[in-house]
Write a protein that binds this ligand. Structure first.
Ligand code: PLP
Length: 305
């Protein structure tokens, strides 16, 4: 994977090699950091880079900061302006991933959230497909359970909680799957290792509500809006049982990295026909058109670099 070219670090844009922290840094030792993840899409005809829904991503990033008692003194608008400067310095002409990160920066021992300093940084790097089999993924039901809101809130992108995602992903990968679906303690489907989940059953898109220990995904919200407003498909937010994923017609995994990934097998059982279904195909085409800046109706979702 290519390294980032620059980072916004301690208030200015520097070459990536200069953005360094010490090994005693609180966040590195205790996971006391929060992050975001955005994508920039290169449109080769227009020769322009488009960042997808930056204001929504930065709103959620600042919410995650609040969960860990960090006020970084920024707004979604000011973060977007800094991102624009960063990307102009980087000059990428390809698809990229953007990572804002806020972290407890003191170099001292003592696990807590209060009476600590914090810093924040942002960098971008070239990034292609995240899940290799984006239209034919095979997932398992993870043997790990999802972190509960009263353990570490999943609605924040809290660095320490991503050990849960890492356990899930590695178990799935080492067993030959593309990813896994994770259950709540009481056995409902939450999401994948780093993506939200939708099933199609009886012509409806169904996804777990935000109270089921999921990240409140921006791609999830996008899929809900596009299904309802563009495709006339009803969307229901309700708990999903494990056995429903064995019986449904389609399964989608949505996320900034995974985009709209189609699951065609779960635990060795075919999903529906075992091939990409019509709802997934329509949503994927629409999403790609919008994210690459080819649909004027949704231009206000994009930051043009
Ligand atoms: C745990 C988790 N769920 C869901 C998502 C998808 O969220 P979004 O669509 O905002 O990228 C992500 C990734 O960003 C994630 O880390």
């Amino acid at each position: 994977m290519d390294l980032p070219r620059h980072a916004y670090f301690r208030g200015r844009i520097v070459p990536y090699s200069e953005a360094k922290v010490g090994v005693a840094t609180h966040a590195l030792n205790y996971g006391t950091a929060v992050f975001g993840g955005l994508r920039g899409y290169w449109n080769s005809e227009k020769e322009r880079l488009f960042v997808f829904r930056p204001l929504d991503h930065f709103r959620r990033f600042l919410d995650s900061c609040r969960l860990l008692l960090m006020d970084i003194g920024q707004t979604p608008e000011s973060l977007t302006a800094i991102l624009l400067d960063l990307l102009r310095a980087d000059g990428y002409r390809q698809d990229i991933y953007i990572r804002p990160l806020a972290y407890k920066s003191d170099e001292q021992i003592g696990v807590r959230l209060h009476n600590l300093s914090h810093e924040w940084t942002m960098f971008a790097m070239p990034f292609g497909q995240y899940i290799k089999n984006e239209t034919s993924a095979h997932v398992m039901i993870s043997s790990w359970r999802r972190v509960d809101d009263n353990v570490i809130p999943a609605r924040g992108k809290i660095s320490g909680a991503y050990v849960n995602s890492a356990l899930v992903k590695t178990e799935a990968s080492l067993n030959g799957y593309d990813d896994a679906l994770v259950l709540t303690q009481d056995g409902h489907i939450t999401e994948g290792s780093a993506m939200n989940v939708f099933i199609v059953r009886n012509g409806m898109l169904i996804t777990p509500p935000v109270t089921e220990n999921i990240l409140e995904g921006i791609t999830r919200r996008t899929v809900i809006e596009l299904a309802q407003n563009e495709l006339n498909i009803p969307v229901v937010e309700r708990p999903i049982d494990r056995s429903e994923v064995y019986l449904c017609d389609e399964i989608l995994l949505t996320g900034t990295a995974a985009q709209i990934t189609v699951v065609t097998r779960v635990d060795h059982r075919p999903v529906g026909t075992g091939e990409m279904g019509p709802v997934a195909a329509k949503l994927r085409a629409l999403f790609d058109k919008i994210a690459r800046g080819n649909d004027p109706k949704y231009a206000d979702w994009l930051l043009e670099v």
